[in-house]
Design a protein around this ligand. Structure first.
Ligand SMILES: Cc1cc2nc3c(=O)[nH]c(=O)nc-3n(C[C@H](O)[C@H](O)[C@H](O)COP(=O)(O)O)c2cc1C
Ligand code: SF4
Ligand code: SF4
Length: 299
């Protein structure tokens, strides 16, 4: 089987999910990062299966992911799957792929799986290392579960009831908002060391350094990569500056092998805060993993 996985990732969570799926798919899998400077798409003819992954932003995909998939060619019954990472296990997140799926169906694609993985938040609040480890341990196992099903052509009929997900078009106000709001981002000159990491890594090439100033243009997708990874926490991300801004990698690939970071459980404060959503997510995950004897692996 030859698979082509497109993914967008602001702060790295969705990239980790995409990698896990790739590692468990049989045959050849190519990862393609969705960025503003993607000029040409690979030829779809040689691939049996297409994947599309993104972080959930305001219960939807980021606007650029939808713009990107609009460039997909018409096909004749090609299978595709969607996957997302998000900070919450809330069911309101479950309809984020609806618009993408609707568009691609009209172009001859057949959705065969839509899967939602919980990963640590990259804004609003910071998950503890224990919670982050718990999410990632499950992501690794669930990605294996999903990949095995894709390998076996054990497909879902991806269908949404018409009255479900009614909130997603309303919250899609985030799409124009992200672009306008992006212009409000600022660099704190007192903290900035002019390393230009933000300029070089913005997936939308939205940050320009000109005449000693950092200019934020209107292509922002609100991915938070610039402020999350700025080594000096020098970026003020508009109205999200302050309590909702969080910075610094969760180091997921390290903490999974670090026995000094324990796995969170139902007694952890952050778990308790959203206990119903988490309980449902992990209970469902445990049942899926048990059905294929997939263990949770960590130190
Ligand atoms: C602008 C923005 C909006 C977000 N909206 C949601 C949301 O609606 N639901 C949710 O569960 N998480 C939300 N999140 C959290 C991210 O989906 C989550 O941290 C994701 O794993 C980030 O993936 P990435 O590292 O690949 O960008 C949002 C994050 C950002 C930056
Ligand atoms: S990443 Fe931070 S420190 Fe580096 S140039 Fe950008 S704002 Fe300045
Ligand atoms: S300006 Fe920052 S938040 Fe906006 S797209 Fe670029 S890296 Fe992401």
């Amino acid at each position: 089987m030859k698979t082509l996985i497109f993914y967008f990732s602001g702060t790295g969570n969705t990239r980790l999910v995409a990698n896990e799926i790739k590692n468990n798919l049989i045959g050849e899998t190519t990862l393609f990062e969705i960025k503003n400077d993607n000029k040409e798409l690979p030829s779809f003819d040689e691939y049996d299966l297409i994947g599309i992954g993104y972080p959930i932003h305001g219960f939807n995909s980021p606007w650029f992911v939808y713009e990107f998939i609009k460039r997909f060619p018409k096909v004749n019954n090609k299978h595709f799957f969607t996957f997302q990472s998000s900070g919450e296990a809330h069911p309101a997140n479950n309809y984020s792929a609806r618009k993408i799926i609707h568009h691609l169906r009209k172009k001859g694609y057949i959705p065969v799986q839509d899967f939602h993985y919980i990963m640590p938040y990259n804004m609003i609040f910071r998950h503890t290392s224990e919670m982050a480890k718990l999410f990632y341990v499950y992501v690794k196992a669930l990605a294996k579960y999903n990949a095995i099903r894709l390998n076996e052509h054990d497909y879902d009929v991806v269908k949404y009831k018409w009255y479900k997900g009614w909130h997603t078009p309303i919250v899609r106000i985030e799409w124009p908002f992200a672009k306008i709001h992006g212009k409000l981002f600022k660099v704190d000159k007192k903290k900035c060391i002019n390393c230009k990491t933000c300029v070089k890594t913005c997936p939308m090439n939205n940050i320009e350094y000109k005449d000693g100033k950092y200019i934020f243009h209107a292509k922002c997708v609100l991915c938070m990569r610039c402020s999350f990874y700025c080594p000096k926490e020098a970026i003020k991300p508009g109205i999200f500056n302050g309590k909702w801004k969080i910075t610094g990698s969760y180091n997921l690939t390290k903490i999974i092998d670090d026995p000094s970071v324990r796995l969170a459980n139902e007694n952890d404060k952050q778990y308790k805060k959203r206990i119903l959503c988490y309980k449902k997510y992990f209970k469902n995950a445990d049942a899926l993993l048990a059905s294929k004897n997939i263990p949770l692996i960590y130190k």
